[in-house]
Design a protein around this ligand. Structure first.
Ligand code: SIN
Length: 551
């Protein structure tokens, strides 16, 4: 019998109440940009983060931020590269917005104080990553782009005392009014006790910017906080989640051994952008001839090629050769990666780096329109938690920071005019529940083995059965169990959509349906929760990678 996932989290009656006009959940580039741009336009803004201000995914971004800023480059060329990488599943209008508003948004970020790298002649340094036909990735501190952006945004927030920040606060559930619109959000302030810590913020709108779901898998480039909390909260509240099956596996994540779990070191695609290449155990390059861009093919192409080689050779990883870049270049261009690799006993200046694909980015998420509006009135989403439609089946490298920036600016343009008067939460008759934190490792193993890079009907079906078993293990209220409940809920929704998509497209790779099927599957799976069961509905849409983009 199906057990299903909890329709709301068991979290005790809120012991305290606060008031705000807008609550922003998450403090990466998306959340902090939204808060800063809403400032002065709405009354009280409350920003909440599960950890400290800088703990999210933004600060880990290495490669950079893509925008048509270089001489000769155009938004149209960026648009075409984005659509091609997205394998026909991007939303044309959303991509158009991204690439056309991107350059100005990046210039504003620079004006805010983010120090990007410049060449000797004072021009912005731009590099190339997979799927780009031009050098258009702006970077900072060599390979510390996210950390620099985060630093600049945190400094701006700290200089804005009118924006209140609550750190160590997990968003538990949305509170909806009788009309189904946002009336508040429950939070747990970690460290205040499992029960005393739970409170409610009455508010008129919520902006979700809480990042991705990487911890669904055993190995990921995402930090420990990426437990899909925002997506799960939105799912429980009745929002539509879209494109969940499109999880991007980054091709070159440093392989640390079969027992290594959690966040793994990323070897930025920019290393290949500067000339590094992949080799197998015999030292042969294997990307040449597979794609016109060879080692710089879109990420899904490279991840698949590595996985095929691993399977053919029976090896747990392949190798990245970047020795020819030389010590001086490594030290200047990739200081963070160099230090990290060395800390794990590999010197990229003299040795090959062992690499294997690992979960990197959720291309899907809370479905939004071009202004960040979700399907729930008063709920907006931006950044990795959202599915704005810009990534399709495979995100183009370095478009993620840009998406957060561009769509948070857009939310700030419409939200103030859409704020409704504060309403009261309606009684919620749904039975609360929570899944035992002890099932987390088994859930991650299930997802990695059966819902990972290579999928099949058999694996996905058995994964769903295992997830359902795990969902039936009740837990004790508290952060570990709430996070686990969120992870199991999102895993179940993701596997449900992945099972139904009987084709191979972008980052969704089915061994039993090995080719792209535009006649059957051009479009999107929308997932909602119905009595604890994720239900996926297909919404057909024409493929968008073959269209002619007007100048
Ligand atoms: C990388 O530096 O390879 C990651 C950049 C991205 O995820 O876009």
């Amino acid at each position: 019998m199906r057990i299903g996932v909890p329709e709301r989290l068991a979290a005790g009656t809120p012991g305290w109440t606060r008031e705000a006009d807008v609550v922003v959940v998450g403090t990466g580039i998306a959340g902090l940009t939204a808060a800063l741009r809403l400032r002065g336009q709405v009354g009280k803004i409350l920003v909440v983060t599960k950890d400290v201000l800088s703990a999210g995914s933004t600060q880990w971004a290495q490669g950079g931020i893509a925008a048509a800023l270089g001489p000769g480059d155009t938004p149209t060329e960026h648009e075409i590269d984005t659509l091609v990488a997205g394998a026909g599943a991007c939303d044309l209008a959303a991509v158009h917005v991204l690439v056309n508003e991107g350059p100005e948004a990046v210039r504003e970020l620079i004006a805010l104080g983010a120090n990007f790298d410049h060449s000797a002649d004072g021009e912005l340094s731009l590099t190339r990553e997979g799927g780009h036909h031009r050098d258009r990735i702006a970077h900072a501190g060599g390979d510390a782009t996210g950390a620099e952006i985060q630093r600049a945004l945190v400094a701006a927030i700290e200089a804005a005392p009118e924006i209140e920040v609550i750190q160590h606060a997990l968003a538990v559930d949305l509170q909806l009014d009788a009309a189904g619109a946002v009336a508040g959000i429950t939070l747990h302030v970690i460290g205040e006790g499992q029960r005393d810590g739970v409170g409610a913020v009455r508010c008129r709108a919520v902006v979700l910017a809480s990042g991705g779901l990487g911890q669904v898998f055993s190995q990921t480039t995402n930090p420990a906080v990426s437990t899909g909390d925002g997506m799960a909260l939105a799912l429980r509240a009745g929002a539509v989640l879209r494109d969940l099956e499109f999880v991007q596996f980054h091709p070159t994540v440093m392989y640390l051994g079969p027992e290594s779990r959690g966040q793994q070191p990323l070897i930025s695609e920019a290393v290949r952008g500067e000339g590094a290449f992949l080799v197998d155990f015999a030292g042969n390059r294997f990307m040449q001839g597979q794609h016109e861009l060879a080692d710089l093919a879109p990420r899904d192409v490279v991840a698949k090629a590595i996985t095929r080689r691993m399977l053919a050779e029976g090896k747990p990883h392949m190798w990245l050769d970047a020795r020819h870049l030389g010590r001086e270049f490594w030290e200047k261009r990739f200081p963070t990666i160099l230090a990290t690799a060395r800390s794990h006993g590999v010197d990229p200046v003299t040795e090959l780096i062992p690499v294997a694909p690992a979960c990197h980015y959720a291309s899907g998420g809370v479905a939004t329109d071009l202004w960040g509006r979700s399907t729930i009135q008063g709920l907006y989403a931006t950044g990795e938690v959202a599915c704005s439609g810009v990534h399709g089946a495979n995100r183009l490298a370095s478009n993620s920071l840009l998406e957060g920036l561009v769509f948070s600016r857009r939310i700030a343009q419409v939200l103030p005019g859409e704020l409704r008067p504060q309403t009261d939460p309606a009684p919620d008759p749904r039975v609360p529940g929570v899944i035992d934190a002890g099932v987390r490792t088994a859930m991650q193993a299930t997802m990695t083995d059966r819902v990972g890079v290579l999928r099949s009907a058999e694996g996905l079906g058995s994964a769903l059965a295992s997830l359902d078993d795990l969902a039936g293990t009740p837990g004790v209220e508290g952060v570990p169990a709430w996070e686990t409940t969120n992870l199991v809920s999102i895993s179940t929704a993701l596997a449900t959509a992945a099972l139904l998509r009987e084709e191979t497209r972008g980052s969704h790779w089915r061994e039993d349906f090995g080719v792209r099927d535009d006649a059957g599957f051009s479009g999107h799976f929308d997932v909602v929760l119905s009595h604890g069961a994720p239900v996926a509905t297909f919404r057909a849409a024409p493929a968008t990678d073959g269209v002619t983009v007007p100048e």
